[in-house]
Design a protein around this ligand. Sequence first.
Ligand code: SOE
Length: 384
Amino acid sequence: MSKPVLNVGLIGYQFMGKAHSNAYRQANRFFDLPAEINMHTICGRNEAAVTNAAKTYGWKNVETDWRKVVANPEIDIIDVSTPGNTHAEIAIAAAKAGKAVWCEKPIGNTLPEAKAMLDAVLEAKVPHAVFHNYRKAPAVALVKKMIEEGKLGTIYHFRAVYLQDWIADPNFPLVWRLQKEIAGSGTHGDINAHIIDLARHLVGEFDGVWGLLHTFIKKRPLAGEIDDKLGAKASDQMGDVTVDDAAMFMARFKNGALGTFEASRFAVGRKNKNSFEINGSKGSVVFNLEKMNELEYYNNEDPSDLHGFRLIQATEGNHPYAGHYWPVGHIIGYEHTFVNLVADAVTNMVAGKAISPDFVDGYENQRVLDAVEQSSEKRTWVKL
Ligand code: SOE
């Protein structure tokens, strides 16, 4: 019997559009999914650019008006991969049109936007997902399994950094990610969102936070044409940076664990270091995206003369996701976290089950982001 076909409409074609396109193209090739993914339509305002993206990434149709994609009765899933200030409008319209809504993180630029998006998908009873892709790294999924199996015991600490340096040059232009009215925030919503998601996924819900958001460079050259790797041409006029360059906070979880979080785009030398350490009563783990197939594990129950961090390479056939790709030891990469997420999302959507992560996760993530921003503004502890 032939499988059902899921027609995807992708809104956005830059960095995340590229990563999602690759995932839609590959998921059926590496996973035996209950449906075939059809790369139906890609949409973007610049007709020449989005037509080129369609050719390059393998989309059948091109649109320049997202409303037409949402209104198209052939489309089953709307993927929102646009800048943050357009997420809510597109996602809410898609939900009202009865489409599944899969959205990049953070789902909204504000807490009210995130709440409206969650309400819309719940009211419409449509499948919903958020592209917090790092949950789907085999080594991270192994940590989740270890914690569920009690291998780390009572969790005391979650310690995470997400460090980049792509704007440490003061001459780097004022791209949309540095403009509050488009991006909502800077490193905070962009990459703190990821380590907040990992904390919620692995440790639990937040009880309270104390934050500090900071902008190092206040003015930058206005941006000209942008590319799909976070960059753009610089003009000779200057403009105000209206978002944070670095965002740090400490947290208490409802289960009593403590957390520290640091996101920066000025960690010179760190290109995309998403790393966490979890300390529990029975042991500790360390994940580092720079070595994403590896997990450092300290088992406190080892005999004392064998105590020490061991290195687990999460490429065994029985490690989460790893068996879908290559023989043991043949590592996978950043792009496979999106393939894994799409595979899980298709599987759960066809089964009528909630997708992990979904808009509930997106909204809870936004509650933490918002609390940290409030804390930084008021210089006080904020309870959730
Ligand atoms: C830029 O910081 C960025 O592209 C983020 O927006 C992504 O979510 C992250 O996975 C990689 O870096």
